[in-house]
Design a protein around this ligand. Structure first.
Ligand SMILES: Cc1cc2nc3c(=O)[nH]c(=O)nc-3n(C[C@H](O)[C@H](O)[C@H](O)COP(=O)(O)OP(=O)(O)OC[C@H]3O[C@@H](n4cnc5c(N)ncnc54)[C@H](O)[C@@H]3O)c2cc1C
Length: 696
């Protein structure tokens, strides 16, 4: 009879964002203008826990919902009670506010310890169940970091659970397919990626929920070690609105016009695609390599750059060319004219900043390689390209850490891609990816060599491994970055630090984050955003074998079945036509996608390949090898035609590097319309035959 501790979070309802939800001055979201709701994936996790309790016949197992947040977060706990929770706990305290994922996972883990001790009476037969991520943070880091603090197995991205032979087998999403696994021991942490059977509140349960006590714990009740802003290992330095899409987002009214545009776009292209859809920023140069030490044009924020510019202009005016010439008289003159812009203390800090030339962090720039079946994941090569740029700016080396078995053959390819040193950790127990075994191997290598930056791919594997490793080695971590730049924060004595930019709140804002209180700066980066360098087989590098002691006890999961899409699909074709769940049936997919592929192939005289969304694959419309996206294949075709695809981020990541995207969808509010070049609002059944006719 297992018990279930379900983590639920109150979040702003980002699905209802209107223009007035933004502060026009700062471009940031005013959270109070949005309703607060339960994080959708946590609601699914709650229903999932209920399903697990019913399926295992353990009617007496408790479901305990735990939330950390302000007093009003009580609402999501009442939601839990009105569905299936037996007991709810709110961890609420001002001291817990402003926390990053590190300082969120830590108190939640301590609260779980207290639940186990005081409510479950040290019964270790329990699961911690939570949504894969929250819509406000979008990091997916907290569950894995809780698992690390509690030393529990973590099964992430779960979509199903089957109770067999007295234990659960979980189906989960992995890169390129899906996997069925079981935890080798309990307790375990499960993160739910999708469970589409919501629970509804009955009248009597709602009444009972309103009368039931919400247990409140404050920070002093749980004795956590890292809380709030002080306990965090990252800090947000800037929040700004996302840039406008580089896509045209133009609505087309009829099939004939669309056919013309298809042909034109194929022939003429769609312009340059920039990294992350944003303007490229100049590459960083270390202060002592700049023409003058007074050049502080690489400060991380606009305000700091401007302040330094004003100060430098004034020093020029005063004929000052050396830092030693800035005496009290000079300072007085600067403050006399610039005092409104910065005060005395700030001026002193800026002058101290001039004296700094050495980066705040030392060591190499590392990439943690992902691979399966002997092949390196394409995202690893993209990261090496980025790491090369960062390392060149910092005048250091690029290292690649790779854990597995029989790895030596990968070294040549990794070096050709831009790496200098390859750190291999080889053990039979690392042959297939196991989160706890791999995190032990990678964390051990990191804490031996201490690179200054560690990058992981934001794939399901990377987003699982990185939080566990970062927590184990006490370093901050930023999730799913779309921009990585070296910049200074000279005024606060930080030179050459990694600024990590990422979308938050469902892509409605962008945040730039820096690492603090850590020996290494860590980030996961979104696949398809950074650019792979052209391979250079003449590059030379070093192979360093790192030994880590592993035993069967380090392996946390029993892998029961792995389903990976086979090859045989030509995603290098110039044109890809993909069908989504909106194709409705396998027959429709077969008929409509094939007829459009044939027509385009004839008209454009080029190869056309069939693609699909993950949902279409799961519906059985086509084999998994055709899946496009984060856990399928990332493509870079000239033309991408999406039929009946909604435009989920995990799908769009895979098509970010295509030249022209065309979407057909019956929903006028389909998210894909804001991320494509041309679209038609229509059903695929109506428009595809018309389009084929027009092409002919
Ligand atoms: C960790 C993780 C990894 C993932 N990896 C991937 C991935 O690699 N690739 C991927 O694709 N997804 C991936 N997903 C799933 C992703 O989040 C979405 O669930 C999926 O992309 C949705 O597929 P869809 O657009 O076909 O289906 P839906 O979101 O259900 O959209 C169907 C669309 O069809 C439209 N429609 C319905 N009927 C018609 C009609 N008759 N004519 C025209 N339009 C119609 C609807 O309006 C709707 O917009 C991943 C999810 C997770 C959690």
């Amino acid at each position: 009879m297992s018990n279930y501790i379900v983590l639920v979070k109150q979040v702003p309802d980002v699905s209802q964002i209107t223009d007035n939800a933004f502060d026009l001055e700062t471009g940031t979201l005013v959270r109070t203008r949005l309703a607060s709701v339960i994080n959708e994936l946590d609601a699914q996790a709650l229903a999932f826990a209920n399903k697990m309790r019913l399926d295992s016949g353990g009617k007496n197992g408790k479901i305990i919902s735990l939330s950390m947040g302000p007093p009003m977060a009580e609402e999501v706990l009442r939601y839990s009670l009105s569905r299936c929770a037996d007991m709810v706990i709110l961890l609420t305290d001002r001291a817990l506010g402003g926390a990053d994922t590190w300082a969120t996972a830590n108190p939640l883990a301590y609260a779980i310890r207290k639940i186990v001790r005081e409510i479950l009476k040290n019964d270790n037969d329990y699961y911690v169940i939570t949504g894969m991520q929250s819509v406000d943070g979008d990091t997916a880091q907290v569950p894995a970091q809780i698992a690390e603090e509690l030393n529990l197995p973590c099964i992430a991205y779960v979509t199903d659970a089957q109770f067999k032979n007295s234990h659960f087998e979980f189906t989960r999403i992995i890169s390129g397919g899906s996997q069925v696994v079981a935890a080798k021991k309990l307790p375990a942490v499960i993160t739910v990626a999708k469970y589409e059977y919501p629970l509804f509140a009955t009248f009597w349960r709602t009444r009972w929920a309103n009368k039931t006590q919400v247990i409140r714990w404050a920070s002093a009740d749980i004795d956590a070690t890292h809380i709030g802003v002080a306990g965090s290992k990252t800090s947000v330095i800037r929040v700004f609105p996302p840039g406008k899409s580089t896509r045209k987002c133009q609505q087309i009214s009829d099939a004939e016009s669309l056919a013309k545009l298809l042909v034109e776009s194929f022939k003429c292209g769609n312009g340059q695609i920039t990294e992350g859809g944003q303007a490229q920023t100049p590459h960083y140069v270390l202060p002592d390599k700049r023409a003058s030490l007074f050049n502080r044009s690489f400060e991380g924020t606009k305000k700091e750059r401007e302040d330094y510019e004003i100060l430098t202009d004034k020093l020029n005016e005063l004929g000052i060319t050396e830092i030693s010439q800035i005496d009290d008289a000079a300072k007085g003159k600067v403050l006399g004219t610039c005092g409104e812009r910065f005060h005395k203390k700030a001026l002193e800090d800026m002058i101290d900043g001039f004296k700094l030339t050495k980066p705040a962090f030392q060591g190499e720039v590392w990439v943690v390689a992902e691979h399966s079946g002997g092949a390196v994941h394409p995202a690893t090569f993209e990261l090496i390209g980025k790491a090369r740029e960062l390392a060149d700016s910092l005048e250091t080396k690029v290292g690649v850490a790779v854990a597995g078995y029989d790895l030596q053959h990968m070294a040549k390819e990794l070096i050709a891609a831009g790496a200098d040193n390859i750190y291999t950790i080889e053990d039979k127990l690392l042959e297939v990816f196991d989160p706890t075994a791999h995190r032990k191997a990678i964390a051990d290598a990191i804490s031996t060599y201490w690179p200054q930056i560690v990058l992981y791919a934001a794939t399901p594997q990377g987003r699982m491994l990185a939080p566990m490793v970062s927590y184990r080695v006490s370093c901050g971590l930023t999730a799913d970055c779309t921009g990585l730049d070296i910049r200074d924060n000279s005024r606060n004595s930080f030179i050459g630090i990694l600024l990590q930019t990422r979308p938050a709140l469902g892509g409605n804002v962008m945040a730039t984050i820096r690492t603090k209180n850590s020996k290494s700066q860590m980030a996961t980066a979104r696949p398809g955003v950074m650019k792979r360098l052209p391979p250079d087989p003449s590059r030379k590098g070093r192979l360093i074998r790192h030994k880590v002691q592993l035993s069967q006890d380090d392996v946390s999961l029993e892998i029961i079945k792995t389903e990976i899409g086979g090859g045989g699909v030509n995603f290098n074709a110039n044109v890809i036509v993909s069908g989504g769940k909106g194709m409705q049936s396998r027959d429709n997919y077969e008929r409509l996608v094939s007829m459009l592929c044939d027509a385009l192939s004839k008209k454009l005289d080029t190869q056309v390949e069939r693609g699909a969304s993950r949902a279409a694959v799961e519906q059985g419309f086509i084999e998994r090898a055709h899946q496009v996206g984060q856990t399928g294949t990332s493509i870079g075709s000239k033309l991408y035609v999406a039929l009946g695809i909604s435009g989920a981020i995990q799908h769009m990541i895979g098509v970010a590097n295509t030249e022209t995207i065309i979407a057909i969808n019956s929903d006028p509010n389909a998210p894909i319309f804001k991320q494509c070049d041309y679209y038609i609002v229509a059903t695929v059944e109506d428009i595809v035959p018309e389009l084929v006719k027009a092409l002919e």
